[in-house]
Write a protein that binds this ligand. Structure first.
Ligand SMILES: NC(=O)c1ccc[n+]([C@@H]2O[C@H](COP(=O)([O-])OP(=O)(O)OC[C@H]3O[C@@H](n4cnc5c(N)ncnc54)[C@H](O)[C@@H]3O)[C@@H](O)[C@H]2O)c1
Length: 260
């Protein structure tokens, strides 16, 4: 008989920032593992078009799902949106806090707007989504909250002050929430991806291919950027019954970046 501990059949999931990149891959991957999935992203025409494609792939996997607007930095909208998502799916068992932005600048040139934009999305948004999700999960005594942090939660990188602060904050926030919500049957974990080819990463990196490869040769034993699909198994595990005793953990999937 096949192992069933990773089967998400019957689970209801929300993935934020799911119009493209890692969020889209995780939304589709959770559906392929059996979950019904709501995919949310910014209330823009571009994001809605991306969500439509993500939702089509969720349906292709044979699962129910829909797209919805959610700017995670708009805290007032988070609770009502998650309530609508839970109502639409018939519950909420899994939250993937994936929405995130990057703004590269030397620390001496970072503006207050840069700092606030990155922290409001990557850290504050993730916290209030987790809080709203936990409020919906507690009455059912089960929940899986997974935040997409970064390998840069553990090590620094030049020109990434706000980003590194947000991702390190998210990793330690994960531990606090794991401690507080364990008694409710909710596990709280984070994934720390290394460099992964996505639209957001490519847009933020103006270097030519030789410069990128030179860095990867030194910093990343894998020797290449990852594909978003290489993060799916980690998310399925952390969302599954198999991970019931795994909480407060940062699961680094970084091609060896932090092993050096
Ligand atoms: N790609 C990488 O190398 C890498 C590495 C480590 C961590 N991460 C993290 O993974 C997550 C996804 O990154 P990606 O590379 O797929 O990025 P991406 O830019 O390709 O996609 C991010 C998605 O989030 C959405 N988004 C941005 N701000 C939002 C907001 N306020 N509310 C809701 N949605 C919002 C965007 O519209 C977009 O669809 C981010 O948290 C990022 O920090 C990425």
């Amino acid at each position: 008989m096949p192992y069933s501990g990773l089967d998400l059949t019957g689970r209801k999931a929300l993935v934020t920032g799911a119009a493209r990149g890692i969020g889209a891959a995780l939304a589709v991957g959770l559906a392929q593992a059996g979950a019904d999935v709501a995919a949310s992203d910014l209330p823009t025409a571009t994001a809605r078009a991306g969500l439509a494609d993500t939702v089509r792939r969720i349906h292709d996997a044979g699962r129910a799902g829909f797209g919805c607007d959610l700017d995670v930095s708009d805290v007032a909208s988070v609770g009502p949106t998650l309530e609508r998502v839970a109502s639409g799916l018939g519950g909420l068992d899994i939250l993937v806090n994936n929405a995130g932005i990057r703004r590269r600048a030397p620390a001496l040139e970072v503006t207050e707007d840069d700092w606030d934009a990155v922290l409001d999305t990557n850290l504050k948004g993730a916290f209030f989504c987790a809080q709203a999700a936990a409020r919906l999960m507690i009455p059912h005594g089960f929940g899986r909250i997974i935040s997409i942090s970064s390998q840069l939660a553990l090590v620094g990188a030049p020109h990434r002050a706000a980003y590194c602060a947000s991702k390190a904050g998210l990793a330690n926030l994960t531990r606090v929430l794991a401690l507080e919500w364990a008694e409710y049957g909710i596990t709280v974990n984070a994934i720390g991806p290394g460099p992964t080819t996505t639209p957001g990463l490519l847009a933020a990196d103006a270097r030519d291919a030789d410069a990128v490869q030179a860095e990867l040769s030194v910093k990343m034993p894998l020797g290449r950027r990852m594909d978003a699909e290489e993060l799916v198994g980690a998310a399925i595990y952390l969302a599954s019954d198999s991970a019931g005793a795994t909480t407060g953990h940062l699961l680094v999937v970084d091609g060896g970046w932090t092993a050096i």
